[in-house]
Design a protein around this ligand. Structure first.
Ligand code: NAP
Ligand code: GCO
Length: 267
């Protein structure tokens, strides 16, 4: 491919999307498939695996799924080894799997804090560590960490999540620093408020039929005047997974409808 031709194609590439069975991860997996990548995904409950199998079948995508808890290093290493043996070396890793616990800090048990950090920060380290050797052997690799607005901002009740996502921003920059010379680009996507199961509690219709106060707050705070959808993340993910972003490294691409730039509509 001429270097003066922009290349968004992922033909011949193998992409692992953690937690890629619904929500943001599934949308990103669809996008990478549309660009030509072979999709592999994981989740950690049988129920979600069944959801994932149905979703990929409905989308006409021949993807391979693994039941694997991303916090379990031995399980992740075994999953990556099986992928490399049966599908191919992983060219693209999307560290998407994540949870949130919304609990006021003074009420949050340390175990809850640790679980969020384990899944949202330690697990991306585990998964990146597992795929980097193969990427080095191949001479290239793309790691995309799904960060958050909470990589930049805090809010009440999300201390563990903000700490983890802030750490994930710096892990992104450190993988860039440590492996850029191996032609591995590690960037983050920072979604704004996206309508998925994770944010469903913030959008529940009130008993009187009105919007949830937080729903109204986000709409007022977002220049786009709406919540994002998982589909809004598809193009940015293809860009960061493709050769078109080979000189982009250590960056967090915020896909937030402008919320981080905006003071918010006057009430
Ligand atoms: P979601 O709908 O709750 O999906 C989370 C996914 O992560 C599920 O597939 C879940 O699998 C998987 N997962 C959770 N713990 C896991 C573990 N220990 N091992 C393997 N898989 C695990 O979340 P989402 O809204 O799509 O968010 C996806 C990512 O985007 C998360 O990192 C989230 O923090 C981030 N994000 C979301 C928003 C938003 O507004 N929605 C905004 C910014 C960033 P199971 O079903 O098996 O548990
Ligand atoms: C919350 C939300 C946010 C979003 C996202 C914003 O409770 O504030 O869940 O954390 O999930 O991370 O970028």
């Amino acid at each position: 491919m001429n270097k003066d031709m922009v290349n968004f194609s992922l033909e011949g590439k193998v992409a692992l999307v953690t937690g890629g069975v619904y929500g943001i991860g599934f949308a990103i997996a669809k996008a990478l498939h549309q660009a030509g990548a072979r999709i592999v995904y994981n989740c950690h409950t049988q129920k979600s695996m069944e959801t994932g199998i149905a979703n990929y079948k409905d989308a006409g995508i021949d993807a391979k799924g693994y039941l694997c808890d991303v916090t379990d290093e031995d399980a992740v290493k075994a999953m990556v080894a099986d992928i490399e043996a049966t599908v191919g070396t992983i060219d693209i890793l999307v560290n998407n799997a994540g949870i949130i616990k919304r609990i006021p800090m003074e009420e949050m048990a340390v175990e809850d804090f640790r679980q969020v950090v384990d899944i949202d920060l330690v697990a991306p380290f585990i998964c990146a560590k597992a795929v980097i050797p193969g990427m080095i052997r191949k001479g290239h690799g793309k790691i995309i960490n799904i960060c958050s607005m909470m990589s930049e901002l805090g809010r009440e009740t999300v201390s563990a999540y903000a700490a983890a996502k802030g750490g994930l921003k710096m892990l992104t920059r450190n993988i860039c620093s440590e492996y850029g010379a191996a032609n591995i680009q590690c960037n983050g996507i920072g979604p704004g408020y996206i309508a998925t199961p994770q944010t469903a509690p913030l959008r529940e219709i009130q008993p009187d039929g009105s919007l949830h106060p937080f729903d109204k707050f986000i709409i007022a705070k977002t220049p786009a005047g709406r919540w994002g959808t998982p589909e809004d993340l598809m193009g940015p993910a293809v860009f960061l997974a493709s050769d078109a972003s080979d000189f982009v490294n250590g960056q967090i691409l915020y896909v937030d409808g402008g919320i981080l730039a905006y003071i918010g509509k006057q009430p």
